[in-house]
Design a binder for this molecule. Sequence first.
Ligand SMILES: Cc1cc2nc3c(=O)[nH]c(=O)nc-3n(C[C@H](O)[C@H](O)[C@H](O)COP(=O)(O)OP(=O)(O)OC[C@H]3O[C@@H](n4cnc5c(N)ncnc54)[C@H](O)[C@@H]3O)c2cc1C
Length: 497
Amino acid sequence: METYDVIVIGAGPVGENAADRARRGGLSVALIEAELVGGECSYWACMPSKTLLRPGAARAATTGIPGLPEPGPLDPAEVFAWRDRVTGEGDDQGQEDWLASVGITLIRGHGRLAGVRRVEVTAGELPEGVSTTRALEARRAVVVATGSVPVLPDIPGLAEASPWSSRDATAADAVPESLIVLGGGVVGCEMATAYADLGSHVTLIARGGLLGSVEPFAGAAVADSLRAAGVDVRTGTSVTRVERRGTTVTVTVGGGDEAQQVTAAEILVATGRTPRTADVGLESVGLDPATALAIDDTTAVLTARGDDAGGEAPWLYACGDVTGRAATTHQGKYQARVCGDVLAASFGEGDTGTGTATASVERVADAPPWSPLRATADHGAQTQVVFTRPQVAWVGLTRAEADAAGRDVDEVAVDLTSAAGAGVTHPDYAGRAHLLVDRERRVIVGATFVGPDAGEMLHAATIAIVGEVSMDRLWHAVPAFPTVSEVWLRLCETYGL
Ligand SMILES: Cc1cc2nc3c(=O)[nH]c(=O)nc-3n(C[C@H](O)[C@H](O)[C@H](O)COP(=O)(O)OP(=O)(O)OC[C@H]3O[C@@H](n4cnc5c(N)ncnc54)[C@H](O)[C@@H]3O)c2cc1C
């Protein structure tokens, strides 16, 4: 039995951060990884997808600028080569070296809980029938950071057609002549944009509108722009059958007399992801492997407050995609920082390891809402950027969410072209900013920006929300002229200031 203070299962961006913060707090940490250290984000998600999207975005930003020659088509081979450099050609040695340098023990293999504070690791890549299982025990805590897996909808013929997942789309080395994208969420819209940029004839099929969880004007702007780029965008319809024959895939869209067929060289399924809770041994500690690991704001798993030092301390923690709370790298890493700090504060330096950690645990339990020991931003200040053209960026509530929560809000919206900076950025600059302001408290509770580089405008809104800055105070935050950020002045004016 190998023993560590903390065992983290999953070395994606989230697990790495939890391990790092716990280690900095003086705890011994083992980090278990079944595939590549750095996780989905580094090799098959955020990093490669944003690299594939960047050349098209740069081309669009410089197309139509007076005095600049029109840029030509993208060179897919060069784009893929850049993607490979950004993803380190799938080699995680650099990350492994970093873990060693900070004193975290990396254990390669598949980790599973095997009871309270017990973890078994099965090494991969062994001959069939040979299994090497290492038994580990956590003196203090186990953190589950196993991420998520894509959902394959139950559509006749879809599984048999071996469709692309987001991994295939972000790791491809060639551009299919035509591509059907199933799903109008973030990944569907981003990959439709990237592959249209790379020269594929893209058909995007979405059950609802695009980017359905955001303000409706955002999805509409992305749909318009995809159509202008030649993408066949079909919203409000479903695929009812899929068939791959030879080098083509045919999907049936809609049913009955309205049914239509679309044929393409490849099909990408981007219909969402689900927490990776299967095969993590959750049943061994009485948890349901079919559901997300619900956590409290200290990132302790809600139903696993078990017997630990002093009989008080939670021992099982989770962060990142596996919690179902947030499905972005930055929010998951935020939870991970909280998690690592909570573990360090509960059990780290100062705790001799011989007695109980009750006093420290109580200090953690009494921490105020905005202390580093609480994942408070998860509730009203989650941020996300969709790297489509236009970009879509939002933080906090949407109007629909505010209504559902019974919040009394004022809506304030202006076109980005109302800021002088827009006109000097691009002659055809377009976009919109939208705020939700709590009527009584006059503080922002939600913000959405749609436009070129809208993601860079988001953080001002995030700070205003987290800091609960009133609109009256924001009036005194004077944006520089002529920047696109001057839209904040327009928003204040439209609010009535
Ligand atoms: C195409 C795409 C693009 C995206 N773009 C962005 C973006 O631009 N910005 C953004 O913020 N988010 C983006 N996301 C979401 C982001 O990738 C995830 O939110 C993030 O990767 C979650 O991190 P994680 O550490 O929780 O999980 P993961 O990154 O999935 O890491 C989990 C790790 O755990 C390992 N693991 C799982 N089970 C076990 C086990 N039992 N034993 C050992 N190891 C195990 C896995 O191998 C993996 O390495 C994107 C997602 C996709 C699919």
